[in-house]
Ligand binder design. Structure first.
Ligand code: SAM
Ligand code: SF4
Length: 329
């Protein structure tokens, strides 16, 4: 088990498959991109599969989410998914993606054993999409989400980040669109994880702001709290349900006390938290010949030291050195 000294047990593994991306969301990456990780430092497909296997077989991992950067850019993605779907016990497999190019691979991923997709979309307006991502790909994203739904990778969840004076007036439109398409929309508060270090708490669109904007157009009733468990999203039934909307209020209503995550970066480092300032190197140990049990023990030791919370509100808070795209969001 991956237990920490606060009684939390990590069963949900986020695996970053690449730090590269084909979009440039302003809250994540600068327009010119970043210095990508050198290829020899990236885990190979077999190394990723081995570490996921160790997680599932020895450490109690029950859910694996592939992310990045943009995981659809990883050439071996389908093979990695297929191999992880053969594990015993078999973890739930999902993918967080910007959905660009998903039309081409959604069905193949479903056949390989992928269970669900979380797409990311912050605006339904083409001009804003271009301003937000520096790319003209809105139609690709919409088609990609539809392809995921058609391939049975459902319920398709859609993550949206609102930014003040950019798209913060779009919450009701996004929800109406998600309801029309049968997607579950979740708003994520913007976090201090951008490579540019431009995040500013005072400018942040809060869960409270989002809720107030939605309540002008929809009747929202809190979903029963006992169902929330370790899920980061607080959920509301929309107009009596069964459709729901979620808000992931990492900053204003942190859920660190029930966190069940462990993270693996594309270069093979275990992170206990998005905001951790330390990492534990599994790649080096693996390439030096460590056994499965030795790697599992390193992973356990790393997780035992997980901090109680992210501490964004502490005066001494320091943003992690790696941006979201390199950690795996
Ligand atoms: N490229 C994929 C995507 O966009 O879905 C996967 C990686 S991305 C880092 C994962 C999620 O993190 C996306 O939903 C994105 O909107 C969110 N994200 C990125 N930077 C963020 C930030 N600074 N604050 C909050 N969410 C952020
Ligand atoms: Fe790429 Fe996802 Fe970051 Fe946007 S949020 S730049 S799609 S990694």
């Amino acid at each position: 088990m991956l237990a920490d000294r606060y009684g939390r047990i990590a069963t949900d593994l986020r695996v970053s498959l690449t730090d590269r991306c084909n979009l440039r969301c302003t809250y994540c990456m600068p327009e010119e991109g970043l210095a990508w990780l050198p290829k020899p430092e990236l885990l190979t497909d077999d190394e990723v599969i081995r570490l996921v296997r160790i997680g599932a077989e020895r450490l109690g991992i029950r859910e694996v989410r592939f992310t990045g950067g943009e995981p659809l850019l990883r050439r071996g993605l389908v093979d990695i998914v297929a191999a992880c779907a053969q594990l015993d016990p078999r973890p739930e497999l999902s993918l967080t993606t910007n959905a660009v190019g998903l039309t081409r691979v959604a069905a193949t991923l479903a056949e390989a054993g992928l269970d669900r997709v979380n797409g990311s979309l912050d605006t339904l307006r083409a001009d804003r999409f271009e301003r937000l991502t520096h790319r003209r790909r809105l139609d690709d994203v919409l088609a990609g989400l539809a392809a995921a739904d058609a391939a049975g990778l459902s319920p398709v969840k859609v993550n949206a980040v609102l930014m003040r004076d950019v798209n913060d007036d779009e919450a009701p439109d996004l929800l109406a669109w998600a309801l029309d398409n049968g997607y579950e929309l979740r708003f994520i508060e913007q976090m201090p994880l951008d490579a540019q270090h431009a995040w500013n708490r005072a400018d942040m669109v809060t869960a409270g702001d989002i809720l107030a904007a939605l309540q002008e157009h929809f009747e929202l009733t809190p979903d029963t709290p006992e169902e929330r468990g370790s899920a980061p999203a607080e959920r509301w039934l929309v107009n009596g349900g069964p459709a729901r909307v979620g808000i992931i209020a990492s900053v204003t209503r942190p859920f660190c006390g029930t966190c069940d995550r462990t993270r693996l970066t594309a270069d093979g480092q275990v992170r206990t938290c998005l905001f951790a300032r330390e990492e534990s190197d599994l790649r080096g140990a693996m390439r030096a010949g460590a056994s499965d049990e030795e790697l599992a023990e390193r992973w356990r030791i790393a997780m035992a030291g997980k901090a109680a919370g992210h501490g964004i509100d502490n005066p001494e808070f320091l943003q992690p050195d790696r941006p979201m795209s390199a950690i795996g969001g």
